[in-house]
Design a protein around this ligand. Structure first.
Ligand code: SDX
Length: 390
């Protein structure tokens, strides 16, 4: 589909982006990664297998996956100077700002592997980014709580290494909780790709100029940071906490949303594409109950979230507008139960989305039809006029 079309997105879309990675049917609430339904991926796959599927197009053989996993493990160490880079940042820096800065800085350390046109350089930057982004994410967490950075433990899986980097300390041995590990693996998989969302479109637009992968993904991280996009999971928890602290109750909050009080939205609800229940939200909701029960955590915020969901799903205002819970609505409750601070929630989204960003960047760079991005505009300004003589 090419040519000038004004879609229901409310802006002029010069040409729909062609991609073979993810399919969404917003009316039916369908999401498929390379044709596989997200429900089957969530129940059968793991983060790196799904990453391979999104990046290379097919499920890996056992040996391909083992090799991929081993290559990633061998690149988890950061350059020591890059570790010190984090020391220069303020302790109260938002982890998303720390992460986008760190990813951008990678292009200064690997100047020999930045070309998007050299397959070997694309491969090594893919592996380095998958290996090092979670480590930098954990460092942004440790930095914010004033704890020493740990070194990666390559004897652990991708997810378990990430958990240890966040919650392990030099003071005592760290045991991964298998319930947390499995739940985080599933949550990361559910975030791995989502078609032309704002951050992926950003990665593609920046990458279309032949900018390197680190620069393109750093731009994507910044796009994800916004509260209308990935930042929503952090905003949902703040909303639930506000409802709890105010004691005003769910009904009163919903009224404020319906009255469109300035800035009062039902965070975690609504979507640019889904006009039905986000299939990921159903799977996240399942995990929320499993994780809290397994950890023996009772969280009022989950109760408030379920009450809020029930209220909204039965209220004409939300039904008329086809507003349903999206992927961000329940994730925060789980991340909080796992022990992550609220400011880390969007960083977790970024780790999940990384394979999708890489897959789209590579797909675009290998498509001979790719041209530099140049969104067109509808000019609505002043007609031609002369400069006033004085
Ligand atoms: C993600 O694109 C992706 O795929 C993104 C994502 C991914 O995986 O990459 O799925 C991840 O970003 C999910 C979305 C997370 N954001 C939030 O939860 C923030 C809260 N949601 C909204 O800000 C909003 O729903 C958006 C930004 C997600 C979508 O905004 P739209 O396209 O403007 O929503 P719409 O056109 O469907 O709105 C229709 C009506 C409007 O009201 P009216 O002007 O018709 O009276 O619904 C209202 C909107 O104001 N509305 C909301 C609302 N979302 C839309 N009203 C209250 N609360 C909301 N959350």
């Amino acid at each position: 589909q090419t040519g000038l079309t004004t879609l229901d997105y409310g802006f002029v879309n010069t040409a729909a982006t062609r991609s073979a990675i993810t399919y969404i049917d917003g009316e039916q609430g369908i999401l498929r990664y390379r044709g596989y339904p997200i429900e089957q991926i969530a129940h059968n796959s793991n983060f790196l297998e799904t990453a391979w599927l999104l990046i290379y197009g097919e499920l890996p053989t056992a040996s391909e996956l083992e090799d991929f996993d081993n290559r990633i493990r061998r690149h988890t160490l950061l350059h020591e100077d890059l570790r010190r880079f984090f020391d220069a940042l303020p302790t109260n820096a938002h982890p998303m700002s720390v992460l986008s800065s760190g990813v951008s800085a990678l292009s200064t350390y690997y100047q020999d592997s930045l070309s998007p046109k050299d397959p070997a350089q694309v491969e090594i930057s893919t592996v380095r980014l998958l290996a090092k982004l979670p480590v930098m994410a954990a460092y942004s967490h440790k930095k914010s709580i004033g704890q020493a950075f740990l070194y990666p433990d390559n004897s652990l899986s991708f997810v378990d290494n990430f958990l240890k980097l966040n919650f392990g300390t030099l003071a005592e041995p760290y045991e991964v909780n298998p319930v947390v590990s499995r739940a985080l693996e599933r949550l990361l998989m559910l975030h791995e790709d989502h078609e032309q969302n704002a951050s992926t479109s950003t990665v593609r637009l920046v990458g279309s100029t032949e900018a390197n992968l680190f620069a393109s993904v750093s731009a994507g991280i910044n796009a994800l940071f916004g509260p209308l996009h990935g930042g929503a999971n952090e905003a949902v928890l703040s909303m639930l906490q506000d409802i709890k602290d105010s004691g005003e109750g769910v009904a009163k909050y919903v009224e404020r949303v319906k009255n469109k009080e300035a800035g009062v939205k039902l965070m975690g609800f609504g979507h640019r594409v889904y006009k039905n229940y986000d299939p990921r939200a159903k799977l996240v909701k399942e995990s929320a109950h499993e994780v809290l029960a397994a950890l023996g955590v009772q969280d009022d915020l989950l109760d408030i979230a379920m009450e809020l969901e029930h209220y909204a799903l039965n209220d004409d205002y939300f039904k008329e507008r086809k507003l349903y819970p999206n992927v961000d609505f329940y994730t925060g409750v789980i991340y909080k139960a796992m022990g992550f601070p609220t400011r880390m929630f969007t960083v977790l989204f970024a780790i999940g989305r990384l394979p999708g960003w890489i897959g789209h960047w590579r797909e675009m760079n290998t498509d001979p039809a790719t041209k530099i991005g140049r969104p067109q505009q509808l000019y609505v300004g002043s007609p031609a006029r002369d400069y006033p003589t004085r």
